[in-house]
Design a protein around this ligand. Structure first.
Ligand code: UD1
Length: 416
């Protein structure tokens, strides 16, 4: 496990190019299992989760070649195989192999998914939906065995708009006989991108962008290339970071501002000035943070992934703030680590209270998951002296080069 040493930053100035989206590209990679031929994915981020997903495809005799943000996937010789827990347990999106493999082969035997430890993260909604499609499911140890002789389209109500379950059921529905209706589906941008990609493969989907998706499976699925969108959470990371540190930054690569409107609204309330220009967002801040009461929520509300960043920045606010988490039950690992840096932060139920007016002091803290890790880097930039963040391989699961990005805007930090 690597560590990062971060020096307090007096200001951030320069340009950051926002990488391609992790949470969009992983389901698209899973979707290529449905195809026969060669697909090219452009703007694919160079992150651990993408490479593990490729290893999973390789287990199915699908060839992958990653070069300079372009991922080529050749499914011509795809062949059924089981997927070991040693790989599936390394990321959450491995669970999407289930839907895609069921659609292609009518069976899937895979290890349980992993991912960030931010709650129990059950997959009961995914499995309920598969059962409704006539899939037999057996759990044994760390593995799942799913099988169907005839996958049947169905009318299924998701009791919570789970992003992963919506993606998994969309993928499975592509191989089901007849029509599948998903009610109460998630509406996140990642779902819209996946639907559009599936449509480009020849699948018929109605209701894209709404919470009722109607999918008409087809036996004949073509190939299609995909240009990945920017990562709205990485963009949000740098936007929030710029609230807590005096900044004059250009963010490039943000073509569709719509996806981050919720984050921009919160950042404006915190004191960030954002101007949209033709090829970039120009963001400026004095580093003075206004307090407030915030809540995370399903899209288009403020994303849960950015909760650790928001709490970190609010330690500096000129007064008391609170943030309520409504999506995951345990996304508060950031709190204990911020306390090590001197922050006065408390958790009560699903709400975090931040006293504000704190000047953080450099210390050694731990990255415990992907987004909390990015928040720790931010805390290090805000804290006096030097901060060491350990276990930073969590961060590399989703941020291509956080150290390089921040060096590019004048921050002093390095891997040690
Ligand atoms: C995805 C994102 C993650 C983001 C989250 C919510 C990926 C790889 N990850 O995670 O970054 O924070 O969406 O936007 O895309 N739930 C159940 N049963 C289920 C499935 C989910 O109870 O079968 C619950 C979860 O425990 C959680 C809530 O639903 O409390 C949301 O989970 P979900 O939307 O499924 O998130 P992920 O797809 O895991």
């Amino acid at each position: 496990m690597k560590a990062i040493s971060v020096k307090e930053a007096s200001c951030l100035k320069g340009t950051i190019a926002i990488q391609g989206s992790k949470n969009t590209v992983l389901p698209i990679i899973a979707a290529t299992i449905l195809t026969s031929g060669i697909s090219v994915i452009y703007n694919c981020p160079d992150i651990i989760d993408v490479h593990v997903m490729c290893e999973l495809l390789n287990c199915l005799n699908i060839r992958t070649c990653y070069k300079e943000h372009t991922l080529t996937i050749d499914t011509n010789d795809a062949a059924y195989n089981s997927l070991p827990y040693e790989l599936t347990g390394r990321l959450r999106s491995s669970v999407l192999m289930l839907g895609a493999m069921l659609a292609r082969w009518g069976r899937a035997e895979i290890g349980m998914p992993g991912g960030c430890t931010i709650g129990t993260r059950p997959i009961d909604i995914h499995l309920e939906g598969f059962s409704k499609m006539n899939v037999d499911i057996e759990e044994y140890g760390d593995c799942l065995r799913c099988k169907t002789f005839y996958m049947q389209g169905c009318d299924f109500v998701l009791r919570y708009p789970s992003v992963g379950a919506t993606e998994n059921l969309l993928l499975a529905a592509c191989g089901a006989k007849g029509r599948t209706v998903l009610r109460g589906a998630a509406k996140e941008p990642e779902i819209i991108e996946l639907c559009n990609y599936l449509v480009s493969l020849g699948i018929l989907i109605d209701g894209i962008g709404t919470d009722v998706l109607v999918i008409k499976g087809t036996g004949c699925i073509g190939c299609s290339d995909y240009v990945n969108v920017y990562d709205r959470i990485v963009a949000g990371t740098y936007l929030l970071m710029s609230c807590g540190i005096p900044a004059d930054i250009r963010l490039t690569g943000i073509d569709e501002i719509h996806y981050i409107r919720n984050v921009l609204r919160v950042c404006a309330g915190l004191g960030l000035n954002v101007v949209r220009l033709e090829h970039y967002l120009h963001i400026q801040s004095s580093g003075i943070v206004c307090p407030g009461d915030f809540a995370t929520g399903i899209y288009p509300e403020f994303p849960t992934d950015l909760l650790p960043m928001l709490i970190t920045v609010l330690t500096k606010a000129m007064g008391e703030s609170s943030v309520t988490e409504t999506v995951f039950e345990n996304r508060f690992a950031v709190v204990s680590e911020l306390r090590r840096l001197g922050a006065r932060v408390n958790v009560n139920g699903n709400r975090v209270y931040i006293d504000g007016n704190d000047k953080l002091t450099g210390h050694t803290v731990k990255a415990t998951d992907l987004r909390q890790g990015a928040a720790m880097v931010t805390a290090g930039l805000m804290a006096s002296g030097y901060t060491t963040i350990t276990d930073t391989s969590f961060i590399q699961r989703g941020y291509e080069d956080i150290v390089g990005d921040l060096k590019g805007v004048g921050a002093v930090l390095e891997y040690i």
